[in-house]
Design a protein around this ligand. Structure first.
Ligand code: ADP
Ligand code: MG
Length: 323
């Protein structure tokens, strides 16, 4: 099973940023209202995440380290309709198999918490833990026992940037959750609950972009596209400020990208990209998020409808802003 976990690890967690994403999604799934994350050495040295979610009892912690022992799906057919992030029960065992991990947790309502130490998939220690609420997961020496993975990692500054991006992407989905990220002891993001999306965007995007953001919200054929989109004047020759979410889950997809660019055609140069954050809401059975374990790729039942709702949403926002 360790080998299986390590193989799965290659798919689910290819780098520190994917670990950060999986762990933060677990915290959100656990109902956390506050999540703080600290990383060291691009996440390879340390990823430390604390939440105030409903926590785990000691036996649940053991179970969480078992492959496919998710607490979130009871029926395979639920897979397609599930709205929580995690649904495979792969992340924790995978990460545990390629790092040194300590999980400390206290189940809501319990008197005492517990910790469990895992080294490359093997439990090395367990005992009581003093924490007041939720779960803390500390990951050290990520991929230290998988030289091939380690070699594939970029310089710490690059991995740090990816961690920041993953964090930021997720922070845009839950404006109601307090989220902080500390990098090498320096707080880079400190998001308070209840901020609107533009406020959070300001923390990472330059004023030239965030000043002209145009909100949009459009419904069509049972699909809804909403978010904010940048002024055509702020278009740039970089595509990394085009963020998409399907049912609040971060995704990367060419159809979505093309729909946005199409809406801007004639307003920006062909080598330019607009900025936008697009949330697409659709019936869960119209999207298959199960294409890849890392879960950022999706397959749509009706690509044309998806393309159309996004293009229309943004086009009418731009037309409105022009008028
Ligand atoms: P999945 O999220 O697909 O269920 P994971 O491997 O990511 O699988 O997590 C395994 C299980 O561990 C979860 O189903 C959940 O029960 C538990 N778990 C993980 N992280 C947390 C957390 N921060 N708070 C509470 N429970 C958690
Ligand atoms: Mg998960």
């Amino acid at each position: 099973p360790e080998l299986q976990n390590q193989i799965a690890a290659g798919e689910v967690v290819e780098r520190p940023a994917s670990v950060l994403k999986e762990l933060a999604e677990n915290s959100l799934d656990a109902g956390a209202e506050s999540i703080s994350i600290a990383i060291e050495q691009g996440g390879q040295g340390l990823i430390d995440i604390q939440d105030d979610g409903w926590g785990m009892a000691p036996d649940e912690m053991e179970l969480a380290l078992t492959r496919h022992a998710t607490s979130k799906v009871t029926d395979f057919h639920e897979l397609n309709t599930i709205r929580s992030f995690g649904f495979r029960g792969e992340a924790l065992p995978s990460i545990a198999s390629v790092s040194r991990m300590r999980i400390s947790s206290i189940a809501r309502g319990a008197d005492t918490g517990a910790f469990i130490d895992v080294d490359a998939g093997r439990v090395t220690d367990r005992g009581p833990a003093a924490l007041r609420a939720g779960t803390r997961i500390e990951i050290r020496d990520l991929f230290a026992n998988v030289p091939a993975r380690l070699k594939f990692l970029k310089a710490p500054t690059t991995e740090t940037r990816r961690c920041q991006e993953a964090f930021f992407r997720l922070a845009l989905t839950r404006l109601d959750v307090r989220m902080t990220l500390t990098v090498g002891g320096r707080k880079v993001y400190a998001f308070t609950p209840g901020q609107d999306i533009s406020k959070r965007l300001c923390a990472a995007w330059p004023p030239a972009v965030t000043d002209g953001l145009i909100p949009f919200d459009h419904e069509q054929d049972g699909y809804r596209a909403h978010g904010v989109t940048g002024s055509p004047r702020a278009a740039q020759a970089r595509a990394d400020r085009l963020l998409f979410y399907v049912n609040n889950r971060p995704v990367t997809d060419k159809v979505l990208m093309r729909a946005v660019r199409e809406a801007y055609s004639g307003r920006i140069l062909t080598r330019e990209y607009p900025q936008a954050v697009v949330f697409l809401e659709m019936p869960p059975e119209h999207v298959d998020a199960n294409v890849h374990p890392a879960k950022t790729e999706v397959r749509f039942r009706d690509e044309h409808a998806v393309f159309s709702v996004i293009r229309r949403a943004i086009l009418s926002a731009l037309d409105h802003a022009d008028a």
